[in-house]
Write a protein that binds this ligand. Structure first.
Ligand SMILES: C[S@@+](CC[C@H](N)C(=O)[O-])C[C@H]1O[C@@H](n2cnc3c(N)ncnc32)[C@H](O)[C@@H]1O
Length: 142
């Protein structure tokens, strides 16, 4: 951290003003405290070292990836946020970018998400069932 943030595209100035977005931002600090640290420690113990590939379903605003970055549980690799709510994903791009920039984490907006330090975050608008069907279909033809 400590390097200057880089943004290639403007972010939506009206973002973060939607009811559900405000609710998810407001509850982040509650979730930070409520998260079971023993489960987190067990997860860190069983996960392989190095860059992770994470798929989060129903990721909302992306507060979990922010939390895992802040706690240095995840620092590099690829983290995919899947959510059915398009507005939340738009807000996620803005919120994560602002969140990272405020912490001095180099931030780059990408066409399908953003890069936060060494972590590539993909934002995927999809319903879980159709997302899984698409993944299975893709695997069976490749
Ligand atoms: C209670 S919010 C939790 C968001 C985030 N995980 C958090 O802890 O802040 C649940 C999220 O799941 C999403 N969701 C619900 N059903 C879904 C489905 N079938 N497929 C994809 N996303 C879904 C909603 O749009 C919502 O953003």
């Amino acid at each position: 951290m400590g390097r200057e943030a880089v943004s290639r595209e403007p972010i939506d100035p009206e973002a973060l003003d939607h009811g559900y977005t405000r609710y998810l931002i407001a509850k982040k600090s509650v979730d930070d405290r409520a998260l079971n640290r023993r489960v987190l420690a067990d997860l860190c113990r069983v996960m392989p070292a190095g860059a992770w590939r994470v798929l989060e379903i129903g990721a909302g605003l992306g507060t979990m990836v922010a939390r895992l970055l802040e706690w240095q549980v995840v620092t590099a690799g690829e983290y995919t946020l899947v959510d059915v709510d398009r507005q939340l994903l738009r807000d996620s791009r803005t919120w994560l970018s602002q969140w990272a920039t405020a912490r001095g984490l180099p931030t780059e907006l990408l066409p399908d998400g953003l890069r936060l330090g060494d972590l590539r975050v993909r934002l995927v608008e999809a319903e879980l069932g159709s997302y899984l069907e698409a993944v299975i279909r893709h695997r069976s033809i490749s």
